[in-house]
Design a protein around this ligand. Structure first.
Ligand code: FAD
Ligand code: NAD
Length: 478
């Protein structure tokens, strides 16, 4: 093994492996080091592939299909008697998907001539890295450029320490071998809602304890309101403004103590998932002389171009500021690799899409109505309900809406907010529109295939000026 590289990437999650592959494509001699140990041994792909995006979506997909087959197909004239779910088989399929994808990343690294090293890395001054393989002696590598992509780990809360199998984090919640009868979830964020949906669909009675008084405060208020209504109608018991104060694991159940205003309460659950956020991960990564600094919240400090305080050292993904999303890290990784090779790309942080993969799905890009109001922007709103969509009616899935916010004077689209079936896919149209600086009128003048759900984006854009065809409009410009 040569110990000199143009680029060494520390971390092989989405941010790191994208950086490594792009750097190698650009002709740079590149190594990627990752210490993850999966069920089948060392695995690339990080949180996203091993215990995040992919396995959670596998379980969301299976659980939705089960629920629809059991409860909703009858309405379509499809009769299924006695639908049941085999939880170990569902988990085994999820594991197979993970294994295929993590193996796929290892193959991609290889076919791009990236040296893939499994073990841990520690950064010293002068871009020297100590690489300690899972088995064997440490060696030193020298890099012209280092890209740190060490990701994040779940936050724990002192009143609710994790146990072997009663109080778990998101990783444990992907491994239940049977459906918990009563499932407590601490945190009504993205993970709480997604994993709560999985187990609720399979039969759990789900109670979500959320510290804040507001539900999904980062989402547009119309969307958050509709989401809460839908989740509650599905039977998810979301309790806002609760403060968890303690937990008592018993032999098969766990008691959770919490406060609502000044009142103390206690609930018993079969399992509890702690999903109160994630924190950047830099344990055993930086020698004191590395020159890389952390900010006050523990993220690696970087500028807009992901450069750290140490020349030639960059950091990307969850370990730096910004939303903890795989696609944000991927684009940062690619930007840094291209900049090292002398290109000049930038990441547009104004068009990072957010998606919550519940049913209905929730997705948005750009600013919310409440943000625009707080910033004193003059804007107009177009809302189109899914219930007025022919395609949604044909599919018997008419919950939700699309909301377009556009500048009152220039008509430029400032934000697009969606709730409904398949909006995780539809949001890409809004991202492209905003990336190209589209006006609402541009979308209104664009032809969309009929009948599709995409037409609702068209209609919501038309609605900003009162031109939507399939709803009665109160405002109408000529
Ligand atoms: P990570 O994926 O965390 O990868 C970091 C890697 O660095 C790890 O493999 C780790 O082993 C390695 N590493 C750390 N330190 C060292 C070291 N010193 N030496 C060697 N290796 C090291 N995001 C989405 O966009 N969409 C989703 O649907 C989504 N769903 C999620 C569901 C769940 C349950 C969870 C937990 C997260 C989800 N996320 C989702 C978030 C997403 O997983 C992260 O944003 C993404 O994985 C971050 O990528 P990363 O490369 O920065 O870090
Ligand atoms: P989150 O920040 O989305 O939500 C955490 C929630 O827990 C918040 O609502 C917060 O107010 C609440 N909370 C915090 N402390 C609490 C306490 N002591 N008691 C009760 N509630 C408390 O975090 P998450 O859901 O853990 O997800 C972590 C990260 O992973 C997020 O940044 C998210 O972007 C990413 N993720 C993304 C996706 C996706 O893109 N679909 C899916 C899963 C995770």
């Amino acid at each position: 093994m040569s110990d000199q590289y143009d680029v060494v990437v520390i971390g092989g999650g989405p941010a790191g492996y994208h950086a490594a592959i792009r750097a190698a494509q650009l002709g740079l001699n590149t190594a990627c080091i990752d210490k993850w140990i999966g069920k089948e041994g060392p695995a690339f792909g990080g949180t996203c592939l091993n215990v995040g995006c992919i396995p959670s979506k596998a379980l969301l997909d299976t659980s939705l299909k089960f629920l629809q087959a059991r409860d909703e197909y009858g309405e379509l004239g499809i009769k299924i008697k006695g639908a049941s779910v085999d939880v170990p088989a569902m988990i085994a399929r999820k594991d197979q998907v993970v294994q295929n994808l993590t193996g796929g990343v290892a193959s991609l690294l290889k076919s791009n001539n990236v040296t893939a090293l499994t073990g841990s890395a520690r950064l010293h001054a002068g871009r020297v890295i100590t690489f300690t393989p899972h088995e064997g002696e440490p060696t030193q590598l020298q890099a012209e450029h280092v890209i740190i992509a060490t990701g994040s780990v779940p936050v724990d809360i002192p009143p609710c320490p994790l146990t072997d199998d009663l109080i778990v984090d998101s990783t444990g919640a992907l491994e239940f071998q049977s459906v918990p009868k009563r499932l407590g979830i601490i945190g009504a964020g993205v993970i709480g809602l997604e994993l709560g949906s999985v187990w609720r669909r399979l039969g759990s009675q789900v109670v979500v304890l959320e510290a804040l008084e507001d539900f999904l405060p980062m989402a547009d208020k119309n969307i958050a309101r509709e989401a809460k209504k839908q989740f509650e109608a599905q039977g998810m018991d979301v309790r806002l403004g609760t403060r968890v104060t303690g937990s008592t694991p018993l032999s098969k159940t766990v008691k959770i103590q919490y406060m609502v205003v000044e009142e103390e309460r206690e609930e018993t659950f079969d399992k509890v998932i702690v999903a109160v956020g994630r924190r950047p991960y830099t344990e055993n990564l930086l020698e004191p002389d590395s020159g890389v600094n952390l900010d006050e919240r523990g993220f690696i400090y970087v500028n807009d171009l992901c450069s750290t305080d140490s020349p030639g050292v960059y950091a990307v993904g969850d370990v730096v500021r910004g939303p903890m999303l795989a696609h944000k890290g991927m684009e940062e990784g690619i930007m840094v690799a291209e900049r090292i090779a002398g290109h000049k790309p930038m990441v547009n942080y104004d068009t990072v899409p957010s998606v919550i993969y519940t049913h209905p799905e929730i997705a948005w890009v750009g600013r919310t109505e409440q943000e625009l109001k707080a910033q004193g922007e003059n804007f107009k709103t177009g809302i189109f309900p899914m219930s007025a969509s022919g395609r949604a009616m044909a599919s018997a899935d008419t919950v939700g809406m699309i909301k377009v916010l556009a500048d009152e004077e220039t008509d430029r689209i400032l934000g697009v907010h969606m709730i409904g079936a398949h909006v995780s896919e539809l949001v890409a149209e809004a991202v492209i529109a905003m990336e190209f600086g589209s006006s609402a009128e541009d979308i209104g003048l664009t032809m969309f295939a009929h009948p599709t759900l995409s037409e609702e984006f068209h209609e919501a854009a038309l609605a900003t000026d009162g031109h939507a065809i399939h709803i009665a409009s109160r405002k109408r410009k000529k």
